[in-house]
Design a protein around this ligand. Structure first.
Ligand code: ADP
Ligand code: MG
Length: 252
């Protein structure tokens, strides 16, 4: 039996009575790469906000590695091993990719070594190894502000990995990227999925096709259906609520 890294039961999040998340149930195994899709307003970002502790459930609970997260603050949940990558890159522009990665490693070392007894430095990926994984060896020592948008996204994913989270949450990593950069980010996430548990929120369908194994479709704050890309695409409910709106979403 696979170990559950994340379990969400009967989760509801109300904003002044409006249920952005409505009695949602979800679970994810350790080691899984899960893609969560859904039209605008489906509740995807709120879903991530609840997992990371930014927003607290109105009712229901989120369990991470067997622990109910309700009592913990956002920074404590991050320390427990949930790492989040926001949609827009947040790299230090005036530092190089190598320096950005060094900072992430150093930050995690202090926190993890003292509080959680994480693996020793030698067991973590080295900076050089990370640069290779994210494909930035040739640009390791130029200022990050000179990187393309896609390169910055990859750098930020590398910075997340440098903190050795047990679960990586990635919010719309390819929004605004060229096709080539999108494919590079997809390949990176697939490579990382070999050794990490990853949840990707996305509504670029081409990209989802590239990386998807199991897909969860959110709609009106609840799980509409789950399955492989083929199953999802042939589900009449999905066609109606999600794929039917794809055209308009791409225009915005
Ligand atoms: P998605 O990321 O799937 O587009 P969101 O999680 O951002 O959806 O939003 C889901 C719904 O909840 C939307 O209708 C949005 O307007 C509403 N919502 C999100 N955050 C708040 C908030 N802080 N206050 C009120 N309504 C919110
Ligand atoms: Mg969103």
């Amino acid at each position: 039996m696979s170990e559950k890294i994340l379990e969400i039961e009967n989760l509801t999040v109300s904003f002044d009575g409006f249920k952005a998340i409505n009695n949602l149930n979800f679970s994810m195994n350790a080691g899984e790469l899960r893609v969560v899709i859904g039209p605008n307003g489906a509740g995807k970002t709120t879903f991530m906000d609840v997992i990371t502790g930014k927003t607290k459930p109105t009712t229901g609970q989120v369990t991470f590695k067997g622990k109910n997260l309700r009592p913990y603050a956002e920074h404590q949940i991050a320390r427990m091993g949930i790492g989040r990558k926001f949609q827009t890159p947040r790299v230090y522009q005036k530092l190089t990719p190598r320096e950005n990665l060094e900072l992430s490693c150093a930050a995690s070392k202090n926190v993890f070594a003292s509080l959680l007894g994480r693996p020793a430095a030698g067991e973590r990926r080295t900076i050089a190894g990370l640069l290779e994984t994210i494909g930035l060896v040739p640009k390791a020592d130029i200022l990050a502000e000179l990187l393309s948008h896609g390169e910055k996204q990859r750098l930020e994913i590398g910075m997340l990995v440098a903190q050795s989270p047990d679960l990586l949450l990635v919010d719309e990593p390819v929004a605004g990227l060229t096709d080539e950069e999108t494919e590079n980010v997809g390949s990176l996430l697939l490579a990382l999925a070999e050794s990490h548990s990853i949840m990707v929120i996305e509504h670029d369908m081409e990209f989802v096709r590239q990386i998807a194994r199991k897909v969860t479709v959110l709609h009106q704050g609840t799980v509409l259906c789950e399955g492989t890309m083929d199953e999802i695409q042939n589900d009449p409910k999905v066609i109606e609520v999600y794929l039917g709106t794809e055209e308009t979403e791409h225009v915005e």
